[in-house]
Design a protein around this ligand. Structure first.
Ligand code: S3P
Length: 169
């Protein structure tokens, strides 16, 4: 079984993946990490040197490669993965998908200290972050909500979120 974690940047996908992999004894497959290894560049470097369209193509190709070669694991996606091409259909066909839903307030709190590491928000003034996230999330929720399960994460730690997922698989 592959459990896929879907959600906006800062929704806790990586932390929850870590806890869940220990609980379920499944290995973590991190899509951004695989793209980074394949391209021998960090994600911000790929965006800066090759552009977002190149990144999205790599993301789709790597997603397919990973799903063709693994039959078990915790797959942690990038925040945009479900929103491009037919990625969400592929994910739902081959995996158990969980949307980690977080409010704009929670996301702003988590992301405001790490804007420089995130190419999509690195250029923003910190005071514009709440409006940017609110709009972006509104567009992306259409895709995220196609996940098979939705877990609300506000006020919960990764351990609690992982337990909720565990109870559903
Ligand atoms: C992105 C989210 C990032 C990474 C890239 C684009 C997005 O992953 O894939 O910077 O479009 O939301 P995280 O959600 O793990 O930060």
């Amino acid at each position: 079984m592959i459990i896929t974690l879907v959600g906006y940047m800062g929704s806790g996908k990586s932390h929850v993946a870590k806890v869940l992999s220990q609980k379920l004894q499944l290995k973590i497959i991190d899509l951004d990490r695989e793209i980074s290894l394949k391209n021998k560049m960090t994600i911000p470097e790929i965006f800066a040197k090759k552009g977002e369209i190149y990144f999205r193509k790599q993301e789709r190709e790597t997603l397919h490669q990973l799903l063709n070669t693994h039959s078990a694991g915790i797959l942690s996606l990038g925040g945009g993965t479900p929103c491009f091409y037919d990625n969400m259909e592929t994910i739902n066909q081959l995996t158990e998908s969980f949307f980690l839903r977080a409010s704009v307030g929670t996301l702003v709190t988590r992301l405001s200290s790490q804007m420089d590491k995130r190419p999509l928000i690195a250029h923003l003034n910190p005071e514009d972050l709440p409006e940017f996230i609110a709009k972006h999330l509104f567009e992306r929720n259409v895709y995220y909500s196609k996940a098979k399960f939705t877990i609300t994460t506000d006020g919960k730690n990764p351990e609690q979120v992982a337990d909720e997922i565990w109870a559903l698989v």
